[in-house]
Design a binder for this molecule. Structure first.
Ligand code: GLU
Length: 425
C-alpha cells in the first residue's frame, strides 16, 4: 500500500491530540484544512496549443496569522500531499513561534518540460485564479520543490497588476533587490544544519568527526551540504535525480563530496548531470544507496515517504542522527523503530523551519521597506531556530518523548490556544 502523506499527518496529529487530551472540537478543526482551492490553469504553449494544468492551494489554519507556505511544481503532486504539507506548515510556524498559519500550493507539472515563457504564463495563471484568496494578510506563498525566486516574482507581478499597487509582502523567496531577503536562498538548508549543530552540541558530539549521507540536491539539500561541510563534516554521498535518465542515482566520494563542484553540474531544479559527475570521479550507485551508507548522519532532503519500515533495516548501525530536511520523509510507522535503535531524529517541521522563518523576516523587511545585512538575517535565524530546538529537546527529555512528538506538543498547544482565544472552539 503506498503511503498517503495526509493520513500520515493526521496519524501524527491524532497521537499527540490524544496525549494532550485535546477536546473534540479542536481535534475536528485541526485535523483537516479549513479551506481548499482546486482549480485549472489554461496555459498557451509556445507551439500555439493550450495545455490545462491542475492546481491546488490549501489553507490548513490561519488562527495565528495569515497562512504561509510554498507552491510546488511536481508531476506527481496530489491534493492529499498538499493537504498534508499545509498542515505541517501550521505546526512549522507554530513551533518556531512566528505569527503565521499554514498553507501550501501545488501544480501538477514537470517544469523541466516547460520553456521560460510557459513557466511564466503558468505562474501568472496561478495567481489569476487565486487572486482574491492570496495576499499579505490572507495567504502568502513561497518557493518549494521545483519553484524558485523567478517564479515568485512573476506571481508577485501578476498580483500587483491585478491589485493596482505594490504588495511585496504577498509572496516570499523573491530575488534579492526585488523585495527578497539576503539569506533566504540558503535559509532552509542552513536551518537544518543549525538544528543539527545544536543537537550534536547537546549530545557532546564534534561535528568535525561526523559523516553524512544526503538525499536530494535541490535548494535545501545543497545549502545544508554546504554549511555542514564548512563546519568540518564530511558529506560522503548525495542522492539525486538525473533528468537525462529520468531516475535517481547516488553520487559517492568516500573522502568527501565537493559541494561547490556538484552545484556547478546541477540544473536549476536540482538534477545532477551523471556524465559530468563520473568525470569528476564520483561513484554512481542506485538512487536508494544513500540510505544504507555507513555514516553518522542521514539527511533526507528530497520528498516524502522515503524512510519506511520496509527500508529501515538497510540503515547502517552507525547512524546516530536523522535530520529531516524534507517535509514528511519518514512514515509514522517507522518512528518507533528509529527510537528503539536510539537514533535521534530532528523532525521536519522543526528541522526545515529555517525557510519559513526567513520568509517571515522577508515580510517584515518588505513592510519596513528597509533590508537587513545577510549577517543580521542569519543571526536572527540562528537565534530563532536555537530557541525552538532547545524547547523541543528539553521537553522531549523531560517527558520521555521523541523529538517529533515533543515538537507537536509545543506546536499544537500554541495553535489550540489561538483557536480557543479567537472563540472558534
Ligand atoms: N516551502 C518552504 C517550507 O516548506 C518555505 C515556506 C515559506 O517560506 O513560506 O517550509
Amino acid at each position: 500500500m503506498p503511503y498517503n502523506p495526509f493520513e500520515n499527518a493526521q496519524a501524527q496529529f491524532d497521537k499527540v491530540a490524544e496525549l494532550l487530551e485535546l477536546d473534540q472540537g479542536t481535534r475536528d478543526l485541526l485535523r483537516v484544512p479549513m479551506k481548499e482551492f482546486h482549480f485549472t490553469i489554461p496555459v498557451k504553449m509556445d507551439d500555439g496549443t493550450t495545455r490545462v494544468f491542475q492546481a491546488f492551494r490549501i489553507k490548513h489554519n490561519d488562527a495565528r496569522g495569515p497562512a504561509k507556505g510554498g507552491i510546488r511544481f511536481h508531476p506527481h503532486e496530489t491534493s492529499d500531499t498538499v493537504r498534508a504539507l499545509s498542515m505541517w506548515m501550521t505546526w512549522k510556524c507554530a513551533v518556531v513561534d512566528i505569527p503565521l498559519g499554514g498553507g501550501k500550493g501545488g501544480v501538477i507539472c514537470d517544469p523541466h518540460e516547460l520553456s521560460q515563457g510557459e513557466q511564466q504564463r503558468l505562474c501568472r495563471g496561478y495567481i489569476r485564479q487565486l487572486f482574491s484568496q492570496v495576499g499579505p494578510t490572507i495567504d502568502v506563498p513561497a518557493p518549494d520543490v521545483m519553484t524558485n525566486g523567478q517564479h515568485m516574482l512573476w506571481m508577485m507581478d501578476e498580483y500587483e497588476a491585478l491589485a493596482g499597487g505594490r504588495y511585496p509582502g504577498m509572496i516570499t523567496g523573491k530575488p534579492v533587490g526585488m523585495g527578497g531577503s539576503l539569506g533566504r536562498t540558503e535559509a532552509t538548508g542552513y536551518g537544518v544544519i543549525y538544528t543539527l549543530g545544536d543537537l550534536l552540541r547537546a549530545e557532546g558530539i564534534d561535528i568535525k568527526a561526523t559523516t553524512a549521507s544526503i538525499q536530494g540536491f535541490g535548494n535545501v539539500a545543497e545549502y545544508a551540504a554546504r554549511l555542514y561541510s564548512e563546519l568540518g563534516g564530511r558529506v560522503v554521498c548525495v542522492s539525486c535525480w538525473c533528468q537525462a535518465d529520468k531516475k535517481a542515482y547516488t553520487f559517492r566520494k568516500k573522502d568527501g563530496c565537493d559541494i561547490e563542484a556538484l552545484s556547478q553540474i546541477k540544473d536549476s531544479f536540482g538534477s545532477i548531470d551523471k556524465d559530468r559527475a563520473l568525470s569528476l570521479g564520483y561513484e554512481i550507485l542506485p538512487g536508494d544507496a544513500w540510505l544504507s551508507e555507513d555514516v553518522d548522519i542521514l539527511i533526507p532532503a528530497a520528498l516524502e515517504n522515503q524512510i519506511t519500515p520496509a527500508v529501515f533495516p538497510n540503515i547502517s548501525q552507525r547512524v546516530r542522527v536523522i535530520c529531516e530536511g524534507a517535509n514528511g520523509p519518514t512514515t509514522p510507522d517507522c518512528d518507533p523503530l528509529i527510537r528503539e535503535r536510539g537514533i535521534s531524529l530532528i523532525p521536519d517541521f522543526l528541522c526545515n523551519a529555517g525557510g519559513v522563518t526567513c520568509s517571515y523576516f522577508e515580510q517584515v523587511q518588505c513592510n519596513m521597506n528597509y533590508f537587513w545585512s545577510r549577517e543580521e538575517v542569519l543571526d536572527k535565524l540562528n537565534f530563532t531556530m536555537a530557541k525552538a530546538f532547545r524547547a523541543v529537546y528539553e521537553l522531549a527529555k523531560e517527558k520521555d518523548l521523541n523529538m517529533r512528538d515533543a515538537a507537536y506538543v509545543i506546536a499544537i498547544n500554541r495553535v489550540a490556544d489561538a483557536v480557543r482565544l479567537r472563540g472558534w472552539v
